[in-house]
Design a binder for this molecule. Sequence first.
Ligand SMILES: *[C@@H]1O[C@H](CO)[C@@H](O)[C@H](O)[C@H]1NC(C)=O
Ligand SMILES: *[C@@H]1O[C@H](CO)[C@@H](O)[C@H](O)[C@H]1NC(C)=O
Ligand SMILES: *[C@@H]1O[C@H](CO)[C@@H](O)[C@H](O)[C@H]1NC(C)=O
Ligand SMILES: *[C@@H]1O[C@H](CO)[C@@H](O)[C@H](O)[C@H]1NC(C)=O
Ligand SMILES: *[C@@H]1O[C@H](CO)[C@@H](O)[C@H](O)[C@H]1NC(C)=O
Ligand SMILES: *[C@@H]1O[C@H](CO)[C@@H](O)[C@H](O)[C@H]1NC(C)=O
Ligand SMILES: *[C@@H]1O[C@H](CO)[C@@H](O)[C@H](O)[C@H]1NC(C)=O
Ligand SMILES: *[C@@H]1O[C@H](CO)[C@@H](O)[C@H](O)[C@H]1NC(C)=O
Ligand SMILES: *[C@@H]1O[C@H](CO)[C@@H](O)[C@H](O)[C@H]1NC(C)=O
Ligand SMILES: *[C@@H]1O[C@H](CO)[C@@H](O)[C@H](O)[C@H]1NC(C)=O
Ligand SMILES: *[C@@H]1O[C@H](CO)[C@@H](O)[C@H](O)[C@H]1NC(C)=O
Length: 390
Amino acid sequence: MILLRVLRLFIFCLVLSTLCSITKCGSSDVTLKFLKAPHAFSHLNSATFAFEVLNSGSNRTCSNCSLSCKLDDGVASVCTNGRVTYSSLQDGNHGFEVCTNGNHSFVGCASYNWTVDTIPPTAYVTASTTFTSSSNVSVNISFTEPCIGEGFGCKSVNACNLLVYGAGQVVPSSFRVLKPNLMYSLLVSLSPTVQYGRAILVMDRSFCTDIAGNSFTRMANSSVHLHIDRRKVYVNIRTRVPEKLLRINSETRTIQATNDLNKLKVYLYFSSPIVNSSMEVMSSLNISRGSLVPTSAENLGNRRFGFMIANISSTAIVSVEFNLKSIITRQGTHVSPTAPVNFLYDSKRPADVTLGVVEQVQGTPFLHHVNNFSEIFGKYSSGWNRLCDA
Ligand SMILES: *[C@@H]1O[C@H](CO)[C@@H](O)[C@H](O)[C@H]1NC(C)=O
Ligand SMILES: *[C@@H]1O[C@H](CO)[C@@H](O)[C@H](O)[C@H]1NC(C)=O
Ligand SMILES: *[C@@H]1O[C@H](CO)[C@@H](O)[C@H](O)[C@H]1NC(C)=O
Ligand SMILES: *[C@@H]1O[C@H](CO)[C@@H](O)[C@H](O)[C@H]1NC(C)=O
Ligand SMILES: *[C@@H]1O[C@H](CO)[C@@H](O)[C@H](O)[C@H]1NC(C)=O
Ligand SMILES: *[C@@H]1O[C@H](CO)[C@@H](O)[C@H](O)[C@H]1NC(C)=O
Ligand SMILES: *[C@@H]1O[C@H](CO)[C@@H](O)[C@H](O)[C@H]1NC(C)=O
Ligand SMILES: *[C@@H]1O[C@H](CO)[C@@H](O)[C@H](O)[C@H]1NC(C)=O
Ligand SMILES: *[C@@H]1O[C@H](CO)[C@@H](O)[C@H](O)[C@H]1NC(C)=O
Ligand SMILES: *[C@@H]1O[C@H](CO)[C@@H](O)[C@H](O)[C@H]1NC(C)=O
Ligand SMILES: *[C@@H]1O[C@H](CO)[C@@H](O)[C@H](O)[C@H]1NC(C)=O
């Protein structure tokens, strides 16, 4: 703040030196002197000017000189008592002019230019990502205009103009000036022990001002919420078909069965949103016969993806392979393997049955076919009958 005061004092002195300089009106008998004027960069939308006309010879005030004042391109008006105030000024550059007729009808003028800036400086905080599983994120701080005084700084965790609440803290050694007084970057480290949590980054209050003296003000985007999510993300593969329990090879499994081709839909439910599109998810599914068509179902914030298996002839044997290795969650992690899900497609005649079984093969969901149903279902005919009823 001391630096700030010094700087503003310096600006004020510049103004004063302008004020002290006496405008000689030509070869004339009078001079115009400003006694009061706004700062060259003013945070006020009003301005008061005070001035006097001196007789060059005596340095005494010319009490009989008439004065006219003009703001910007407005019309000149008589200003009495050597004083005028303007209010409701727009932000931007302004010019003031005062003219006198002197005592021999001589017209002389003096002008003063200044800038009104009532808009406080603010800064936008952007993070490299707002959902993360990593140990740190890089943060940029961009000011809307130069913010002077001490300016933005980050000397230590406890003396940083970027405040961090929650499961993180600034890394002062990473502090970089990208554009002096305008743009900075630094790293925020995130607590490695947190599985799931949040860190809020927010700009400090009132630590700098613009050249006009407006104090730094936070806006909505002067803060960023970081979502830390290091939990495993699972995918659950489901079909629209009702589930049935069935014992196959002495294991109890969930089988979903239908003989309705329209119901042969596969849904992938991720426990957390992923970054990939429906088409990208589809490209990670491999179907041996027929084709996959994305359904237009609501994707629940990029968590659910539905596909219809189309163009399967009734006698075809279908296998779908799930290769989710390149599916990335919004926090940048991979998807964990899921529990197996099975589903069955049944024309009416058991001999022509096509069965798809989704199983987990080395951690990757794998849908394969079973060629010979008589083999499986002959053994568990009661289960099969229940399925056929479904
Ligand atoms: C008018 O100007 C003359 C010199 O130019 C000066 O002697 C005289 O005092 C002035 N009169 C007034 C009233 O200021
Ligand atoms: C009038 O004032 C100016 C500035 O203060 C000074 O330089 C000048 O000598 C003065 N003139 C007379 C006649 O007093
Ligand atoms: C003021 O000026 C006018 C003419 O411009 C003159 O008639 C008048 O006497 C002056 N008054 C004084 C007080 O100097
Ligand atoms: C103020 O600005 C006007 C127009 O830009 C210029 O003519 C004038 O000389 C300026 N006055 C000062 C004191 O700088
Ligand atoms: C920060 O700014 C630099 C330079 O403009 C840019 O390359 C980088 O992507 C930005 N980082 C963030 C987190 O916005
Ligand atoms: C920031 O995180 C990245 C990736 O997690 C890591 O490689 C890097 O060393 C970390 N940097 C610091 C300063 O902690
Ligand atoms: C910050 O928010 C303001 C409105 O509140 C908007 O005008 C501005 O474009 C935003 N800046 C960035 C970098 O998002
Ligand atoms: C999923 O998105 C990530 C990140 O954009 C990309 O690297 C990956 O290739 C995508 N996966 C597929 C299957 O397209
Ligand atoms: C699909 O299967 C083909 C042939 O077996 C194989 O080359 C390809 O890598 C598989 N793609 C995926 C996404 O599993
Ligand atoms: C199904 O097969 C027909 C005929 O071969 C083809 O025209 C159609 O595009 C296929 N549909 C899909 C979704 O692949
Ligand atoms: C299917 O399995 C049954 C019982 O093991 C056997 O009798 C039949 O020949 C098999 N069919 C085919 C097509 O392999």
